[in-house]
Design a protein around this ligand. Structure first.
Ligand SMILES: Nc1ncnc2c1ncn2[C@@H]1O[C@H](COP(=O)(O)OP(=O)(O)O)[C@@H](O)[C@H]1O
Ligand SMILES: [Mg+2]
Length: 244
């Protein structure tokens, strides 16, 4: 569970203060998939980074699994799996297996449990043919699969994915979809940003962010009903272009 209450965040750009998140209140529930949607620059990555504890907030409150995020305890960090778009955070000289072992070790996993998790991820992500190869020359899709599996190695309760399927081919994207549906079954909390409305349509809940403010937060079903329409693409476009 993730709760943000009146969260504000500004950055200083060229000496001017730029309010990136204006007054964000959200409630992200376990056992549900929640999509974070909005134009480039809306503040999606900033919000995800804040929840992951990578940026401090200026004002407001943030709770992860009911605990204030400001404490950033080890158990809290262990309980979050994050993947940020663009930067897969992989080490060229390590193999897939070494990446997963390294992260498992960092999270203090028992050796036997780690072995089991790695073989499960290898199977789930169909990485068997390249588990022992260094990632340096991997395609973007292969790297992304390693990066996504890395977020799952310690079996956290909360998952944050920033544009996880950008650059993935149809097989990789479908694998991601299957994985998040699996996580939902396991009652995990999953929040991911996406520009792909087909992917967003898989979610139970949607948060539409526009210029640092929430334009909609709620279930997809309510959104469809309120707009008397099933065309998610059209609804979202209308909501983020309202003032045009
Ligand atoms: N570390 C930073 N320093 C200064 N400005 C930033 C920083 N991170 C993001 N921004 C600015 O915040 C705004 C929102 O960015 P971002 O959260 O990346 O949006 P999105 O992920 O929705 O595209 C942009 O105007 C961006 O330039
Ligand atoms: Mg972004």
């Amino acid at each position: 569970m993730i709760d943000a209450v009146n969260v504000k965040k500004s950055f200083i750009n060229k000496k001017a203060e730029h309010e990136v998140l204006k007054n964000i209140t959200i409630h992200v529930q376990p056992g549900k998939l929640t999509a974070l949607v909005g134009k480039n620059g809306a503040g999606k990555t900033t919000l995800l980074r804040i929840i992951a504890g990578l940026h401090d907030i200026d004002e407001g409150e943030l709770f992860i699994g009911g605990e204030p995020q400001s404490t950033k305890t080890l158990s809290q960090r262990k309980n979050i799996g994050v993947l940020f778009g663009g930067d897969t955070g992989l080490y060229n000289r390590l193999t897939v297996r070494e990446h997963l072992e390294y992260y498992g070790f960092l999270y203090g996993l028992d050796e036997l449990i780690l072995k089991k998790r790695i073989s499960l991820l290898e199977k789930d992500f169909q990485m068997g043919s390249y588990m022992n190869r260094r990632v340096k020359h991997f395609s973007k899709g292969m790297k992304q699969k390693v990066a996504i599996s890395k977020t799952m190695v310690h079996d956290p309760d909360i998952y944050l994915f920033d544009e996880p399927t950008t650059g993935l081919d149809i097989i990789g994207s479908n694998m991601f979809r299957e994985k998040v549906l699996d996580l939902k079954e396991k009652n995990k909390t999953v929040l991911f940003s996406s520009h792909n409305m087909e992917e967003v349509a898989l979610c139970d809940d949607i948060i539409i962010l526009h210029e640092g403010t929430i334009h909609y937060e709620g279930t997809l079903n309510t959104l469809y009903k309120e707009n008397n329409d099933w065309n998610l693409n059209k609804i979202v476009m209308n909501l983020i272009n309202e003032e045009l």
